[in-house]
Design a protein around this ligand. Structure first.
Ligand code: 5GP
Length: 211
């Protein structure tokens, strides 16, 4: 059992530390794959095309949407963000737990399309800590920080739609907690229908033999 990977969504307020968490998870365990999103946002200093994101323009993004190349997309603080379909499908087929680090509108679309996906919301311990982390990052203007904080208020309304909420206070503890949740989720019957069906058929085979 537990051979199949799951599709997991990691969301959280901008500044919750999702990026660092994901990197730590990928470093520690080899059964995760991170989906790289496509965005129309400008690269931040140090971001590389194809690593943090596939950076593109609005026209190319819309073309990709129209040929069904994304499994979900959303507009966030004035830019488009979306999840390319091909990579997700390849990695799931290879048995990896595929991580989508996406915001809430996209998360809800994923849950609708893939009901067996696992939705985890990451939050810092307090609102004050969130503001401190955003300011410390130093890559955004005060206006952009204010926009992201306003967006956090909106996103906080949707937390109940997630399967789990995880507080990112200590990084290692948080990584372990997420891994534990994913491992537990893989044991839920709805994610193991093929295994269940197979063992049922095998059992039926025994019964027939005993007749
Ligand atoms: P940032 O500009 O800080 O990199 O990302 C802004 C928000 O967009 C974050 O909440 C991030 O998780 C989300 N995001 C990144 N990629 C995607 C995506 O492919 N789809 C959706 N719906 N949101 C995304």
């Amino acid at each position: 059992m537990k051979s199949k990977g799951i599709l997991m969504v990691l969301s959280g307020f901008s500044g919750a530390g999702k990026g660092t968490l994901v990197k730590a998870l990928l470093r520690k365990y080899d059964n995760y794959a991170l989906s790289v999103s496509m965005t129309t946002r400008a690269p931040r200093e140090g971001e590389r095309d194809g690593v943090e994101y596939f950076f593109t323009d609005k026209q190319h993004f819309e073309e990709t949407v129209s040929r069904d190349g994304l499994i979900e997309y959303a507009s966030y603080c004035g830019n488009y963000y979306g999840t390319p379909r091909a990579y997700v499908e390849e990695q799931m087929a290879a048995g990896k737990n595929v991580i989508l680090e996406i915001e809430i509108q996209g998360a809800l679309k994923i849950k609708e399309k893939f009901p067996e996906s696992l939705l985890i919301f990451v939050t810092p311990p307090s609102a004050e800590e969130l503001r401190r982390r955003l300011e410390k990052r130093g890559t955004e203007s005060p206006e952009a920080i204010a926009r992201r904080l306003a967006r956090a208020v909106e996103e906080s309304e949707g937390i109940e739609s997630y399967d789990y909420i995880v507080v990112n206070d200590d990084l290692d503890t948080c990584v372990e907690e997420i891994h534990r949740l994913v491992e537990a989720a893989r044991s839920v019957p709805v994610r193991n229908t093929e295994f269940i069906e197979r063992i049922r058929q095998e059992l039926q085979g025994f019964t027939k033999g005993a007749d």
